[in-house]
Write a protein that binds this ligand. Structure first.
Ligand code: PBG
Length: 327
């Protein structure tokens, strides 16, 4: 016996049963959004060198991946297009026969119940790799908006359930909301990349989507990682312009921002667990340096603890499997 007072926290950790009773945060399959790269061409299943386990798919092969996703109980996917043709204004982003539009039609035909989110941006479709129109080396804001609106409307025409604009032009939520409403799509939600940092963690995605800027960087439109109050301004304006979900991206180095957004705005929050965050864990686990399942589950639970409602992650299929195992 001790002769001084202290608290016995370990009582609530004594058995698995008690630990489960007091667990505060859970991860569910419904929280997961799985990214899929669809590529123009035939018979393509290309593993992305910097993202082991993640592939670019041509449409004649992607059904196998979709079947697996559905079977695992994942309820939503986000599509990224890798087009055959790029040009100055990224017109394949809004072509009726564009890769994302065709993929959406094909997937929705077989799986109406699967929520298909379309990433709405131009950088994969422009030859310069920027997310908007260029003039004299500058990314023009207002001139880019009409192209984004066209892209969003064409994606919804193809059957997309949710539009996720990721380009970080000012006013993109207002423009797309207005454009969708005018086209008769006022029932389609916007999942805005509201808080998107100019991050080095996007490197592997740019390999996957062939979307690296061919000159300069994205710092005139994506945010400085050092800024926190600015994230609140971005989220506030997107909410006021009509966003239905707010994305924070990347996730892991930005848990404080997730909490801020959750506390300040009463909209569902989405954490984008980006490519570099995936690749680091994959590399370490393939080397046998860390326990992949343990690290991934801890990382995703920490995002939920920070306040996110949903998680966009390349680990979604693994997590769905691990959740089944733990039942
Ligand atoms: C394009 C876009 C990017 C990502 C999603 N959409 C990259 C970028 O801004 O260059 C990054 C996703 C990831 O790293 O997983 N606007």
């Amino acid at each position: 016996m001790t002769n001084f007072d202290f608290k016995r926290h370990r009582r609530l950790r004594r058995t698995q049963g008690i630990r489960d009773m007091v667990r505060e945060t859970y991860l569910h399959k419904e929280d997961l959004i799985y990214p899929i790269f669809v590529k123009d061409g035939e018979n393509i299943k290309n593993e992305i060198a910097s993202m082991p386990g993640i592939y670019q798919w041509s449409l004649d092969r992607v059904d196998a991946e979709i079947e697996e996703v559905v079977k695992l109980g994942i309820r939503s996917i986000i599509l990224f297009g890798v087009p055959a043709e790029k040009n100055e204004i990224g017109s394949s982003a809004y072509a009726a026969e564009g890769i994302v539009q065709r993929a959406t039609r094909q997937i929705k035909k077989n799986h109406q119940e699967l929520t298909v989110i379309a990433d709405t941006c131009l950088c994969q479709f422009t030859d310069h790799g920027h997310c908007g129109v260029i003039e004299n080396g500058e990314v023009l804001n207002d001139e880019s908006l009409s192209l984004l609106v066209k892209t969003a409307v064409s994606q919804v025409e193809a059957g997309a359930d949710i539009i996720a604009p990721s380009n970080m032009m000012d006013g993109f939520v207002a423009a797309i909301r207005h454009g969708l409403d005018e086209a008769g799509y006022n029932h389609i939600p916007i999942m805005s990349y509201a808080v998107k940092y100019a991050s080095s963690f996007y490197g592997p995605f740019r390999d996957a989507a062939h979307s690296s800027p061919q000159f300069g960087d994205r710092k005139t439109y994506q945010m400085d990682p050092a800024n926190r109050v600015e994230a609140l301004r971005e989220a506030k304006s997107d909410m006021e312009e009509g966003a239905d979900f707010l994305i924070v991206k990347p996730a892991l180095s930005y848990l404080d921002i997730i909490r801020d957004v959750k506390n300040n705005f009463h909209l569902p929050v989405v954490a984008y667990n980006v490519s570099g965050e995936y690749s680091m864990i994959k590399a370490a686990s393939l080397n046998g340096w860390i326990d992949e399942k343990g690290v991934v589950m801890e990382k995703l639970v920490s995002m939920k603890r920070a306040g996110t409602d949903l998680i966009l992650t390349y680990f979604a299929k693994d997590v769905a499997r691990w959740l089944d195992e733990s039942k």
